[in-house]
Design a protein around this ligand. Structure first.
Ligand SMILES: [Zn+2]
Length: 318
């Protein structure tokens, strides 16, 4: 195993974003700073009074709500919504440690996909840290259900997702994606997929004070049997790809990358959070292992997006 698979990563330099929240409609700026090994992904808010919340772990135990998006509790009655796309980009490209700093209560939606975050990460580059990367190795299958929908984590030699959706819409219908994760495949096949919504539902959501920032600039708008966006879809199956993007972000709330198989049918943020809490409810379900203890050495982390620079702590790889 070469050093990139085995070692933790952070960003070479900070990233900056400005946009609006898809639900609040409010302007927000967000930066992502490099962090030392063992910190994981953390998030903190800059408040209007000049103070900040303490850095809070991006962790399933901090989830406040999974309605429409994943919202984290930051303590002191402060929260941050719609974290899943930025966290997906960090996790999807193998960034283990970073601090997200945001001046509002919702992450910017940008174009509705994870690509603006992913592109910025690729431009900044990854810095390999000396400390070993740890994984959550799935030892026993865990399944959570809601009627015919389910989410499951299963033992598997690698990191994969098998996700299927079934919408009563001729534009979407039944779509399935099986994804053996590598950073390059995440960048090329997943990061670009945008969030989506139904025009009739958007009216109701707006009356309830949600989706106030949503537009065809940041969402695929589906009306009955057609996509309203003049540019059309980025992939024929963009919908299932976006659900997979969300799942990558939601699963990162386990705190460490998962070594195993995630399966989902008609799932979403709620079931994704529930399968993590069910996994961690019993110590027999998993173990924390160093990368070099894994039975099957895999080169996934070395399959990098084109142009991604990797800076070693030794300055001898990449
Ligand atoms: Zn999403």
């Amino acid at each position: 195993m070469n050093s990139l698979s085995a070692r933790q990563c952070t960003l070479v330099s900070p990233l900056e974003f400005a946009g609006i929240g898809v639900h609040s409609g409010l302007p927000v700026t967000m930066s992502i700073e490099p962090a030392v090994a063992g910190e994981g992904i953390k998030i903190m808010r800059l408040l209007d009074n000049g103070k900040t919340t303490g850095p809070s772990e991006v962790h399933y135990s901090k989830i406040l709500s999974t309605t429409l998006c994943t919202t984290l509790d930051l303590g002191d009655s402060k929260s941050v919504a719609t974290i899943e796309h930025v966290v997906s980009a960090l996790s999807g490209l193998g960034v283990d440690n970073a601090l997200i700093v945001i001046n509002g209560a919702e992450c910017p939606i940008l174009d509705g996909s994870a690509m603006p975050f992913a592109k910025a990460i690729v431009q900044a580059g990854l810095k390999v840290l000396p400390q070993k990367r740890k994984y959550i190795k799935i030892l026993r299958s865990v399944t959570v259900r809601n009627n015919d929908a389910f989410a499951a984590l299963e033992p598997y030699n690698g990191r994969a997702l098998d996700l299927e959706i079934d919408f009563d819409s001729p534009v979407i219908g039944r779509q399935r994606m099986i994804f053996d994760w590598t950073p390059k495949k995440y960048f090329d096949e997943v990061a670009l997929a945008r969030t989506f919504g139904f025009v009739e539902e958007a009216k109701i959501l707006r009356q309830g004070g949600h989706a106030l920032g949503s537009s065809m600039e940041n969402s695929i708008a589906v009306e009955k049997d057609r996509v309203m966006n003049p540019e059309g879809l980025r992939f024929d199956d963009e919908f299932v790809r976006h659900k997979l993007l969300d799942a990558v972000g939601d699963l990162a709330l386990g705190g460490l990358p998962i070594y195993g198989m995630f399966r989902s049918f008609k799932g979403g943020h709620g079931l994704n959070a529930l399968v993590l809490s069910s996994l961690f409810a019993n110590d027999d379900n998993y173990e924390i292992v160093n990368a070099d203890e894994l039975p099957l050495v895999f080169d996934a982390l070395n399959d990098l997006p084109d142009g991604l620079r990797v800076e070693s702590y030794l300055r001898s790889v990449g």
